[in-house]
Design a protein around this ligand. Structure first.
Ligand code: PLP
Length: 413
């Protein structure tokens, strides 16, 4: 025996939830071949790239095939043409000024939210909301920051911030001092979000405790209500305490095309063991230039086209399409008497399972009686037990049919 593995990987819980879902659906479909199973658990967009994006994408690919317009390695941080659009169109209209050096274009918010922990010491105390997007937890497990999982389904060294009906899915400030705080609003999986005043409390907490907030705004474009911040930098003082992650995946259908960006303000600082301050921007820049070679030129041109007036019109159409589904789902579920959350500023609908069923019992009921597939809430963390996630990413036709089936299930829920 010579090669030793990173044993932190052995502390990961197998991603059993989605494997288990597929297994149960396959078994059911085999035994009931006539059943039309509708998947309402889809965590991926289904509408194609906007036309405005597709045509620019094609042109950029053709440029790559000509000696005069070929592009080799680009800047690891992204091309200025895209960074300028991000600053001018996503931030300036909300009163937020960013320097080009503060924007890092990448191939995904999953990668960035997973990688960001690398620039922080293993000693930091990490807080996550519960239920949670699993990437934040698992990337810290792999790094060795969490210790093993206890019987309560919680990693021993992580601080969990439960988000349940009891607190209206608004996490309470930690009792102890935490260093890194992952927040995702509008939230996956609960579909709920924070008002400006509620997010302000977190910025203030971070200021008071010298913490850093890692703010995932992947669902920013689904916000419909007025008092919901689109960026954490709308809040005073946030530039000193927050990194923000954005993505073209959920607004512009880039889940298979891959483009996102992360904002690391120049004010953000971390400290070495001697208490000397260092810029997080410089550390992240060093990390990216060492381990990342930039997003491909055609993809960045495609992302730039998202900001054209035609692109903006088309992505709004797609978001509206999904949000119309969300509205239908919300109304139908409320009409049958279920307690439901989210679905207003988010494509996710979070259901309290009825009659004290656990997440998997409700999964089996919907599959067996209605041929519907969703995601058991417990798969997103221990506080997700007793909840269930549906998404608005299916077609309007399937969404309507799915709701008809749930309505006819009234007696059992
Ligand atoms: C979908 C999603 C993202 C986006 O990830 P990409 O890698 O950019 O596709 C980020 N965070 C959350 C919580 C998500 O659900």
């Amino acid at each position: 025996m010579t090669v030793k593995i990173n044993e932190n990987y052995l502390l990961l819980k197998s991603n059993y939830i989605f494997a288990e879902i597929n297994q149960r659906v396959e078994k059911y479909s085999k035994e009931n071949p006539e059943a039309h199973v509708i998947r309402m658990g889809i965590g991926d967009v289904t509408r194609p790239l906007p036309q405005a994006v597709e045509s620019e994408f094609i042109k950029a690919v053709q440029e790559m095939g000509q000696p005069e317009t070929f592009h080799g390695y680009g800047p690891e941080q992204g091309y200025d043409f895209l960074i300028n659009q991000i600053i001018e169109k996503d931030y300036k209209p909300r009163g937020i000024e960013l320097e080009r050096s503060e924007v890092f274009v990448s191939d995904g918010a999953k990668c960035d939210t997973g990688n960001i922990q690398e620039i922080f010491s293993l000693d930091n105390i990490v807080a996550v909301t519960d239920p949670v997007y699993p990437v934040y937890v698992d990337s810290n497990v792999m790094a060795g920051r969490t210790g093993p999982m206890g019987d309560n389904g919680r990693y021993q060294k992580l601080v969990y911030l439960p988000c349940t009906e009891e607190n209206s899915f608004v996490p309470e400030l930690p009792q102890e001092k935490v260093d890194l705080i992952y927040l995702c609003f509008p939230n996956n999986p609960t579909g709920t979000t924070l008002t400006t005043a509620q997010l302000k409390e977190w910025v203030d907490y971070a200021q008071d405790n010298n913490s850093i907030i890692l703010f995932d705004a992947a669902y920013e474009s689904y916000i419909t209500e007025d008092d919901i911040p689109h960026s954490i930098y709308e809040l005073e003082g946030a530039r000193e305490v927050a990194v923000e992650f954005r993505s073209f995946s959920k607004n512009a259908g880039f889940t298979g095309t891959r483009c996102a960006f992360t904002i690391v303000p120049e004010e953000l600082e971390g400290y070495d063991a001697q208490g000397k301050a260092f810029k997080l921007n410089s550390l992240w820049n060093r990390r990216q230039t060492t381990k990342f070679n930039g997003v491909s030129y055609p993809v960045q041109v495609a992302a730039q086209a998202v900001y054209s007036s035609e692109g903006q019109r088309e992505i709004k159409e797609n978001v509206d399409y999904y949000m119309n589904n969300a509205t239908i789902i919300l109304k139908s579920l409320k009409d049958v008497g279920l307690r439901v959350y989210g679905g207003v500023n988010s494509p996710y609908i979070w259901i309290k399972t009825p009659k004290n069923m656990d997440s998997w019992q409700f999964f089996d009921l919907l599959l067996n009686k209605s041929h519907l597939v969703g995601t058991p809430g417990v798969g997103f963390g221990p506080s997700g037990e007793g909840y269930f996630r549906l998404t608005a990413f299916n077609t309007l036709e399937n969404t309507r049919e799915a709701m008809k089936r749930i309505t006819s299930l009234q007696e059992e829920i």
